[in-house]
Design a protein around this ligand. Structure first.
Ligand code: CTP
Ligand code: MG
Length: 197
């Protein structure tokens, strides 16, 4: 644990970050595949269970983007990130690395959908801000993906990297709130998102 831990945390969690940002892109690539996860159903409170913003497309894309990101990381040999670099996860089969990233990305967006469930129950419309839950929804589930997916990788990777480094873990939890707000604002400025949060 040292100053690099901040970068380590942001680096290893990239599969979850990319997955979490991917729905706005998959929505543009597959505009015709917008079937909502809740099938349009209403909860007993009269509001949508999840809403039109939570699609199967987003969930599937999150898994694919998460998997692809993990594979890219596994082929990157970045010096400053030495001990956390997936590129040094020697002994991990590429398919296992993809499966790991898929699990992390899929669960990250499952967390996002779970958050929408509670948002709807609180009467917040699709797209309404709910800070800090909008920022953290994918973090808890993404970390769960890290814990569950660790056996897929060679010994000493993924969860083990975070678990031994509280600063990396804290960066993921706390740094993500600020980073997420910043990224969404930029996404709004460049026209990718409809709201700045
Ligand atoms: N998205 C999707 N499928 C998902 C998650 C997100 O298609 N499983 C797309 C939707 O177009 C959504 C956009 O990504 O509008 C941004 O996601 P997010 O900000 O999480 O959704 P909101 O529209 O803000 O909806 P909610 O209030 O339910 O969070
Ligand atoms: Mg959300």
């Amino acid at each position: 644990m040292d100053g690099r831990s901040v970068l380590v945390g942001l680096w290893v969690f990239l599969p979850a970050y990319v997955a979490n940002m991917s729905p706005v892109f998959t929505a543009r690539i597959f505009p015709w595949w917008g079937a909502p996860i809740d099938g349009g159903r209403l909860h007993s409170d009269g509001r949508r269970v999840l809403g039109d913003g939570k699609t199967w497309r987003g969930l599937a894309g999150g898994g694919l983007f998460g998997g692809a990101t993990a594979v890219v990381l596994a082929h990157t040999a970045a010096g400053p990130f030495r001990h956390a670099d997936f590129g040094l996860a020697l002994g991990s089969h590429p398919a296992a690395v993809f499966a790991f990233g898929f699990l992390v990305g899929f669960l990250a967006l499952t967390g996002d959908a779970v958050e929408s469930y509670f948002k709807r129950r609180r009467g917040k419309e699709r797209g309404a801000p709910w800070i800090p839950f909008d920022q953290l929804d994918f973090v808890a589930f993404g970390l769960l993906g890290f814990a569950l997916g660790t056996p897929l990788l060679a010994a000493g990777w993924a969860w083990d990297v975070l678990w031994s480094d509280w600063l990396a873990l804290a960066t993921i939890v706390l740094g993500t709130i600020g980073l997420h707000l910043l990224v969404n604002r930029v996404g709004y400025w460049i026209g990718l998102k409809e709201v700045p949060w």
